[in-house]
Design a protein around this ligand. Structure first.
Ligand code: AMP
Length: 364
């Protein structure tokens, strides 16, 4: 049994070697922890800043045993951790946070929306689609158009397709490989917003200021935070985030993506049981950033203050954009985060910049 809070000098295991693992490892190091990364990638962004790396497939039982042996707590930087891996870690008696229930729910869009609704949290209308007939039935129920998404594995706008008419059902279902799907009604949103939310081992909750997010081609392009909004909007967002964290018995940081509707309602699109791209602004805009907050939470430390001290425009550096680092480095209000990825493929997240400006009226 692990005793919490973990003292400095303890080791935190991280499944995944990407930029989120890298920034988690950097935050952990600042608090005196070592990290051991499990990743199939040689020379990963996270491994280059962490104390130890195990290069192996995620389901490599020997590597999982070694990870469990070395780590006092194990966390992850991506939500598609296979269920078999989670089962193996619990068989080994490893302490895993966030809870595996949050992983299971977030891996399946149908489970996720059903869970949210059962917790009293609003989402768009949705229906399970396992066949062309199911999709036609969804058109009967909701009318057009519908957004068809694969239940599992979709990210950055992949695995989803708008279907304008019921007679396009067969073609749409084919286009997504006839995999188990969910059909969603369109969210009439004026903007997309996000909340980074944290819950500690003692049930304490800390929420970051609301963030406005802008996507291009399904990929997060930039965020602006703290976002403008009415007191009711802030209160609604906080209530949704706190309800979700408690319903999941959550420990760690969670990224919650919402639609701010034209009619004033706030609906959850999805959540990720991990640190999140919409929270990168907190690195330079908030007292304690999301990465340190996650480490604090999983290590059983008290959560840190989340208040913003600057307004931040965060922009992802995609592909070749990271090559402009020399120009960016000349901008005094720009903070640069580069992930150390070797190959700048088009659309690949290579880094991000946080552009700072003074807070207005305590909010952005
Ligand atoms: P997702 O993969 O579910 O995060 O969706 C990616 C993006 O597609 C979202 O950020 C929205 O811009 C858009 N989107 C997803 N679901 C809906 C919906 N039901 N109605 C309108 N737009 C959506």
């Amino acid at each position: 049994m692990t005793a919490f809070p973990l003292p400095p000098g303890s080791t935190i295991g991280i499944l995944g070697g990407g930029q989120l693992g890298r920034m988690l490892a950097m935050a952990a190091a600042r608090l005196g922890f070592d990290c051991v990364i499990l990743t199939p990638e040689i020379d990963s962004p996270a491994s280059r800043v962490a104390a130890h790396t195990l290069v192996a497939a995620y389901d490599d039982r020997g590597a999982l045993a070694e990870l469990a042996r070395r780590s006092q707590v194990i966390t992850f930087e991506f939500e598609n951790v296979p269920a078999a891996v989670v089962a193996e870690l619990s068989r080994l008696g490893a302490e895993v946070a966030p809870p595996t229930r949050a992983l299971a729910v977030s891996q399946d869009r149908l489970e996720e929306k059903s869970f949210l609704n059962s917790a009293g949290i609003g989402t768009v209308g949705f229906a399970r689609v396992d066949s062309e007939a199911d999709l036609k039935a969804a058109f009967q129920r909701f009318g057009p158009p519908l957004l068809l998404k694969t239940r599992q594995g979709g990210y950055d706008g992949k695995g989803q397709i708008w279907v304008e008419k019921a007679d396009q059902s067969a073609a749409a279902f084919d286009a997504l490989g006839r995999r188990p799907c969910i059909a969603e009604t369109p969210a009439a949103f004026k903007r997309e917003v996000a909340v980074i939310a944290a819950r500690g081992r003692d049930g304490e909750i800390a929420l970051y200021p609301l963030t406005e997010s802008h996507h291009e081609n399904g990929i997060l392009r930039r965020t602006s935070a703290p976002a403008q909004g009415t007191p009711k909007l802030f209160a609604d967002a906080e209530k949704i985030a706190a309800t979700l964290l408690s319903a999941l018995g959550y420990v760690g940081v969670l990224g919650l993506e919402l639609f701010d509707l034209n009619d004033g309602r706030l609906l959850v699109n999805e959540f990720a049981p991990r640190v999140h791209n919409t929270g990168h602004w907190t690195l330079d805009g908030c007292e304690v950033d999301q990465f340190e907050q996650h480490i604090r939470a999983v290590a059983g430390w008290p959560l840190g203050p989340t208040a913003a001290h600057h307004h931040v425009e965060m922009t992802n550096l995609l592909g070749d954009e990271a090559l402009t680092w020399a120009k960016l480095a000349r901008e005094p209000e720009t903070r640069i985060w580069l992930y150390g990825k070797r190959a700048p493929q088009p659309g690949r997240k290579m880094g991000h910049v946080n552009r700072l400006s003074p807070l207005q009226d305590g909010r952005g």
